[in-house]
Design a protein around this ligand. Structure first.
Ligand SMILES: Nc1ncnc2c1ncn2[C@@H]1O[C@H](COP(=O)(O)OP(=O)(O)OP(=O)(O)O)[C@@H](O)[C@H]1O
Length: 247
């Protein structure tokens, strides 16, 4: 699996937002996209998951132009946890997760097992029968990740997958996604977490990708001050690590 963006420009409602972006995610890589609010990260992701069509350039998954693939094939290759959660859904949690199986021919028993496992992985087995709309923001986010897992794709796109999560759930979800070993492109805001979890990282600013590479090489104090307008200082600080379950 390989996601390859070449010279991709994207507009939303006629406004050019992303300009000439090049980006790669290789098989099994965890790649992060960071950048200030409004710089175009979600817009770029939306072009990859076909909610927007690029105005120029090419986006391929495994060598095929994603915008020319039949919808079902595209959904078999790429799963998305988008930023906006569907608010007024009158579906149960297990119905939402089962939507991840839509691109495949139904096999009720196998699907049920897969979905149960996906819910278990995000720690929400107990919520299977709940109405999605009644969940907390963090629970919703984890259900949507379970749906993406149930989709069994080799590429995951995550737009701020931890924005509603407390620190323990943030770490759990990031570890979980990393351990899956699925090629992942994630938008994250926390630069420390991005550094800790990413194989490679891209920085976006004003619609352009301005740097890319291993996090510790890319996120220099200079670049951070140019892009975010803040001074970055290394300090000894409180570091959060997951407790192992048995502890
Ligand atoms: N339909 C639209 N019409 C006009 N402008 C839009 C449209 N959609 C998004 N934009 C603008 O494009 C810019 C980039 O938005 P985008 O959501 O991609 O940013 P982002 O980097 O994901 O931001 P954040 O970190 O705040 O989520 C913003 O200024 C936004 O207001």
């Amino acid at each position: 699996m390989k996601l390859d963006l070449r010279n991709v420009s994207v507009a939303a409602d006629g406004t050019p937002i992303v300009h000439e972006a090049d980006l790669l995610v290789a098989d099994g890589e965890f790649v992060t996209l960071v950048g200030p609010n409004g710089c175009g990260k979600s817009t770029l992701l939306r072009a990859i998951y076909r909610a927007l069509r690029p105005t120029a350039g090419l986006i391929t998954v495994d060598g095929d132009d994603v915008h020319r693939l039949p919808a079902r094939q595209a959904a078999q290759r790429t799963a998305v946890v988008a930023q906006e959660t569907p608010a007024d859904l009158d579906f149960t949690v297990s119905e939402i997760v089962r939507m991840g199986r839509t691109p495949y021919r139904a096999d009720a028993r196998a699907d049920e097992e897969l979905c149960a496992r996906a819910l278990d992985r995000v720690g929400l087995s107990g919520a299977a029968g709940r109405i999605f709309a009644t969940l907390s923001g963090g629970e919703k986010q984890r259900v949507l990740l379970a749906r993406a897992l149930a989709q069994q794709t080799r590429l995951l796109l995550l737009d701020e997958p931890t924005s509603h999560l407390d620190i323990r759930h943030q770490l759990e979800i990031l570890h979980l996604v990393r351990e899956l070993g699925i090629a992942t492109l994630a938008v994250l805001h926390d630069l420390n977490q991005a550094t800790a979890f990413s194989d490679r990282l891209y920085v976006m600013s004003a619609g352009r990708i301005v740097a890319g590479g291993p996090p510790e090489q890319v996120l220099t104090p200079d670049l951070i001050s140019q892009v975010y307008g803040v001074r970055a200082v290394h300090r000894t600080q409180l570091v959060f690590e997951r407790l192992k379950e048995e502890q």
